[in-house]
Design a protein around this ligand. Structure first.
Ligand SMILES: NC(=O)c1ccc[n+]([C@@H]2O[C@H](COP(=O)([O-])OP(=O)(O)OC[C@H]3O[C@@H](n4cnc5c(N)ncnc54)[C@H](OP(=O)(O)O)[C@@H]3O)[C@@H](O)[C@H]2O)c1
Length: 331
């Protein structure tokens, strides 16, 4: 089968190959998925670049997210049958093989049924980012109806899911983006207030949106400014932190604890299969009802996977601003 894979870590153009690898056979509780679509996430680029969080299979097929159709099942599979449409994430992580291939053998615990009116492209685009947003909003922040949330970077992959799910959860949302087009996109995603962080006075916008501060602050940027963030938070504010492994910013200890705030750090890939499935159980009806929409910026073939990685990296790391949401690839 054709796959995008690496044999050594390094820059996208010199390490990602597109070519033939053996088609996997499903064993035990694995499902062989005929891939319909996959999506790029920033962590794919960190792993390919040699982040060395865990040992990678060799060759390593890149990618975490997938959506497609069940082609074959292992003898212990209970939840799916041949022909079912499925989506999932958390592959290519913790030493597992990735998804950028015509076929993927995935343990059924990481797969969810795809609603009939949702395309593979949409399901793949919402996979890792949707589960991340759900975990952060509902498991970590315990967002409640009527609360306010600030989403920094709301037009990105994670941010666009957080904005929409916070609205579904009954919250008031203020969010930032870096261009007038992306500010418009934020409004379409449902943000009550959308601010251009490059040209507008963000602090003034927060003050007028939530005079006593926001209940939840979600950071998607890799260099958080804790002084600013704590100043935006209300009493008992919850701060969701899930990006910026190398960041070492100063921390305003006094303002933080005097306001009785809490800091919630998490990574999606350490959530259990049950926790991730609970997120999918909400995401699926939201997708089917059109309450949650995929935010797709580019739709490409799988063969230029190296270009897709480069584009993701230029945006997440170098802040090129040329993406607004997800890069989705089709075999
Ligand atoms: N912990 C976890 O489980 C987990 C899960 C998923 C992702 N992540 C991490 O979360 C981060 C975001 O992921 P993603 O997929 O959403 O990436 P993304 O699609 O590249 O989004 C990044 C966003 O940051 C915005 N941004 C850049 N500079 C900004 C600034 N100065 N102020 C406000 N916004 C700014 C960009 O907005 P503009 O384009 O409008 O400038 C863009 O929307 C990555 O570092 C990723 O590794 C962690």
């Amino acid at each position: 089968m054709k796959a995008a894979y690496i044999e050594a870590t390094g820059p996208a153009e010199s390490t990602i190959k597109f070519g033939d690898v053996p088609k996997p056979q499903p064993t035990g509780s694995q499902i062989l998925v005929r891939t319909g679509a996959v999506a790029v996430n920033p962590i794919d680029t960190y792993l390919r670049n040699g982040a060395n969080y865990w040992e990678l299979p060799k060759p390593f097929i890149i990618g975490c997210d997938l959506a497609g159709t069940v082609e074959a099942i292992g003898p212990q599979v209970k939840r799916f049958k041949i022909g079912d449409r499925v989506w999932g994430s958390n592959q290519g992580l913790m030493g597992r093989q990735g998804t950028f291939a015509e076929y993927c053998a995935v343990d059924e615990q990481w797969l969810y049924p795809t609603p009939s009116n949702v395309s593979d492209e949409e399901a793949a685009a919402c996979a890792l980012v949707g589960i991340t947003a759900h975990l952060g909003l509902f498991r970590e922040a315990k967002l409640e109806i009527g609360e306010s949330i600030f989403v920094n970077g709301g037009s990105g992959g994670v941010g666009s899911m957080v904005v929409q799910m916070a609205k579904i959860g009954g919250a008031r949302v203020i969010s930032t983006a870096g261009s007038p087009e992306k500010v418009n996109a934020l409004k379409k995603l449902g943000a009550d207030v959308a601010v251009n962080y490059k040209t507008d006075d963000v602090a003034a916008a927060v003050k007028s949106f939530a005079p006593s501060g926001v209940n939840v602050y979600w950071e998607t940027v890799r260099e958080p400014d804790f002084d600013k963030i704590v100043s935006y938070l209300a009493e008992r504010g919850r701060f969701i932190l899930m990006a910026g492994r190398d960041a070492r910013p100063p921390f305003p200890v006094g303002p933080f604890y005097v306001k009785r705030c809490s800091l919630h750090g998490f990574v999606v890939f350490k959530a259990t299969a049950e926790e991730q499935r609970a997120c999918a159980d909400d995401i699926n009806p939201w997708l089917a009802a059109g309450k949650l929409k995929a935010h797709i910026s580019r739709l490409l073939l799988l063969s230029p996977a190296a270009a897709a990685h480069k584009l993701q990296e230029e945006n997440t790391l170098q802040k090129a601003g040329t993406l607004s949401g997800k890069i989705v690839l089709k075999p």
